[in-house]
Design a protein around this ligand. Sequence first.
Ligand code: ADP
Ligand code: MG
Length: 267
Amino acid sequence: MKRGIIVETKSALEIKDLRKSFGSKNVLNGVNIEVYRGEIIGYIGPNGAGKSTTVKLILGLLEDYDGEIKVLGENIKNSDGSYKKRIGYVPEVADVYESLTAKEYLTFIGQLYGMEYDDIDKKAKELMEVFNVGESYNSRLSNFSKGMKQKVMIIASILHNPDILFWDEPLSGLDANIIMIVKELLEELASKGKTIFYSSHIMDVVEKISDRIILINEGTVIADGTFEELKLQINEGSLENIFNELTGFSMHKETAKKIISIVEGEV
Ligand code: ADP
Ligand code: MG
C-alpha cells in the first residue's frame, strides 16, 4: 500500500459472477470483483470490454442481470436505493442539461442528494474556483468547453461527500495540471477511507493513480493486481496484446509509415 494508511478490511464493492446481455449479445460473462474501502481501483479494458455496463449496473441505471452486486455491504437487488446517496458518479457521456448554468446544475444535483441549497451553493462555487472555472459559475453549460464540462461533472460527483466514487472515463479533455490535482485529490479521499473506482480504456493516468488495476476484456476480468504485477504477467506473454492496446504501444511505426505511404502514394 503506497500511502501507508490502514485500509479498512470492510468491502466497498463485491461483484460475483456478474452476467449481462443485450438481446443475444453477451456483454458481461461472469465478472468477479472485490474492492475494499480506501482503495483506488483502475478498471481498465479496451473499448467495448464492458466497463461502462458494469458501472451502470452497479448504479442501478441498467437492470436485468445475473449474479450479485453488493455496494457497501448491501445487495443492490434488495436495496431501497438509498445506497445511491453514498455514491458519486461521473458518467462516460456527460448528458448535462446544456441550458442550465453550472450553479443551477450543481445545486440541482446537490438537492437530489438531499443537501441544503445554501450549503451546496457555497461548496459548488468554491470547488469551481479550485478547478479554475469559478468565473463561469453563472454561465450556461452550453458555453463550456469539454474540459470545463468534465470539471463540472467531477464536482457534481464529489459535492455530497460520497463514500464511493465511480468515474467512467473522467479525465478525457482535462489538462495535465488538473490531472495532477485530481490525482492528489483521489489519494486524499482514499486516505479518508473513500473508495474510488476509476474506469478507463487508457492506461496513462490509471497507472499513476491506482492501488490496483483490474483488467477486463470481452466481459471477463483477465488480470487483477498492481501495475507492477501486471507488467510481470505481460513479460510472461499472456497479456501482451491487450496491454499494448491499452498503453498505446500498438501504434507502431509501421502503421504511421503506412499512413504516409497512402497519403503520398499515387492513385
Ligand atoms: P466499455 O465501456 O468497456 O467500452 P460498454 O460496457 O459500453 O464497454 O459496452 C460493452 C458492449 O456492450 C459493447 O459491445 C457495446 O456495444 C454493448 N452495449 C452497451 N450498451 C448496450 C445497449 N444498451 N444495447 C446493446 N448493446 C450495448
Ligand atoms: Mg465505456
